[in-house]
Every structure is written in C-alpha cells, then in structure tokens.
Design a protein around this ligand. Structure first.
Ligand code: VGL
Ligand code: ZN
Length: 203
C-alpha cells in the first residue's frame, strides 16, 4: 500500500442510518468498518463525510404528498430519488457508527444540509454547482491522490469518486471497504461510470 504523503483517505457516510438497523440500511454496511479502521493507518490525511439533513429535506419521501420511498421525482436540478427519512442532523442515525475510529480524522465534512438540494458527492451537491469546500481543503493540504471507502458504493462513493476524478485527483476506490444499496441496476451503473471517468476500482 502506498503511504504517500500526498494521499488522503476519504471515508464516506459510515453512519448508523446506513448500517443494519438504520433508516436507510445498506446491506452488510457495518462489515466494512474493521477494514476502514485498518486503512486509516495507511494514509497521513483522513477525512470523514457525514450525510446531514434537516427534517424537512426535499430528498425525503415523507416531505412529498403520497410519494413512496425509493421512487423518483424531478427536482429543478434533475431527477432525484426520494429516500426514507435518514441522517437527520443531530439524530442518532446521523452519528458515525460506534465502531468507526473517528479520533484520527483531520476533517469531518457535512453535506446535504440545504433543504432543497441533496448531496451524494463529497465535492458538489446534486445541483452540480454548490460546492462543499472539500476540494479547497485538499488542495491547501497538498493532496493529489484520494482513496475512497464507505457507504454507499453506488451513491455517495460513486458520485464523490467521479467528481474527484473530474477535478483532477488520482482516485482509487477500495470496493472491499464499500457496500452498495443496488437500486434498479445502480451497482453496475456505478462501476461503469467510475471506470469511464478513470477511477481505479480495487476489488
Ligand atoms: C446516500 C442516499 C441518500 C449515501 C446518502 O450515503 O450513499 N444515499 N443519502
Ligand atoms: Zn442522504
């Protein structure tokens, strides 16, 4: 494993609501945590991301009349999946999983806190314009390579990886340290999208 000075480990959304028992549980989600904790020893800079929504967030099916979770709607910025309420700011479901080592993180970046815009990517919200600030932080820290792990492989990991590659970072996704939601073919689509954008996927 490269212990490169200019590499950052980005740990995506390893929160209670994405783990078994959570509101938007990713199958087998908690099983990655041991591996993610071990990966932290390999990289000098570590970033945690945290999905962090207000209760009236527009990505929640419950905030749309007669909408079912996992259906899709058209938002001003394009299609948006409607999710069960999850990762409500400050709630237990939004907290990091208790087994995740959070003590060694350099930065925690929160996303999805604007009521009208969802944010899968750790760099750009779903309007593809609003920035989270992560790029600026990484550039100021002299980072050029990223290693990604976390939840969910086919949503937040995918969009973060593709955006990072588009911003010019060298991007590797550790698939064994990720788990997927796999909604309507999203897993295969994610793999193809990442590969076509030059993201390296390590099985
Ligand atoms: C995520 C759906 C909604 C993720 C976040 O972390 O992959 N997916 N919010
Ligand atoms: Zn979310």
């Amino acid at each position: 494993m490269t212990r490169s000075k200019d590499t950052a480990l980005i740990m995506i959304d390893i929160q209670n609501d994405f783990c078994p028992g959570g509101a938007l549980a990713v199958p087998d989600g908690a099983s990655i945590i041991e591996r993610v904790n071990a990966l932290q020893e390999e990289y000098p800079l570590r970033v945690l991301t945290q999905d962090w929504h207000p209760p009236d967030h527009a990505s929640f099916a419950s905030n749309h009349a007669s909408a079912e979770p996992f259906s899709a709607i058209e938002m001003p910025y394009g299609p948006q999946v409607l999710w069960p309420d999850h990762c409500v700011a400050g709630s237990g479901g939004a907290h990091f999983h208790p087994n995740l080592n959070t003590d060694s993180a350099d930065l925690v970046i929160r996303k999805g806190f604007r009521r009208t815009i969802d944010s899968y990517s750790a760099f750009f919200e779903n309007d593809r314009e609003t920035r989270t600030g992560l790029e600026g932080y990484l550039r100021e820290r002299g980072v050029s390579r990223l290693v990604l792990a976390g939840l969910a492989f086919d949503y937040c990991v995918r969009f973060s990886a593709v955006d990072a590659a588009g911003l010019g970072f060298d991007v590797t996704v550790m698939e064994a340290a990720c788990r997927a939601i796999d909604l309507g073919g999203s897993l295969d689509e994610a793999r193809a999208d990442m590969e076509s954008h030059g993201v390296r996927i390590i099985p």
